[in-house]
Design a protein. Sequence first.
Length: 263
Amino acid sequence: MTENSAALPLENFIQAVQSQLDKAQSAMAMKARNLNLPLTFAIKDITLDLRAHVEFARNEIRIRPAGATDAQASLFHLVFAAITRPMIEENATALADDPNERQITDLQDDSLTEENRRQLEWIGVRTVDKLKELNAKGGVSAIGRVTGLPVERLRQALERASAPAVEHVLPMSRGLGDDPAQRRLLRVIGHNLIGDGPAGKAAPRVTLAGQAVAVVKATERELLLAPQAHQWAGELSVVHGDGLAATLSFDLSPFAPAAEGEA
């Protein structure tokens, strides 16, 4: 194993130790609760001295364990103290609970470099929604001052983060109302599917194969469309009032209902 492959991020080491301590705690809980055996001891605090070489690469601290005869290594003195659930909830920075929420790392474009995204994560901005929330509160300049990121680059990232994104187009079997003969719906899944209008959030303008299509329902992450029989294939375009747009080509013609007059 080479030196570079042996080095690992410091947080990975801490999380690995924490994971093994959690397993030990779970085993003790099982012993006390399920086996009706006495709990003879409990672990409160653990002190660990780690001899390792410290490396700094791409804004990340990495450690490489030292050999037995390596006198040039640094010494890490780590203390793992027991904490309670309320302490975790009070002090830990909450991550995104919604698995569909986009992370800052998902902004794979030239507006933010990998280093820029890491700088945002350092101040707790881990999701696109959090970045948009801070922008709505006028916090872009403050973010720039804290992280050193150019404000213009942040504004470009926000513009791209606010643009609609279409990920999937799926058929729906249920029709409009109770009449099964009515047109079936298309379900569009994505992000930022409704934009900002003069009176607040507004449904986007949607076209299929260059022709307008009725929007039955619109939310940030889903559109329900009522296409005509000939609009089940082609290019879907979702356009906000400010001109931001997303397109996706699809072909669901096998699911299209029969046109009027056809058997």
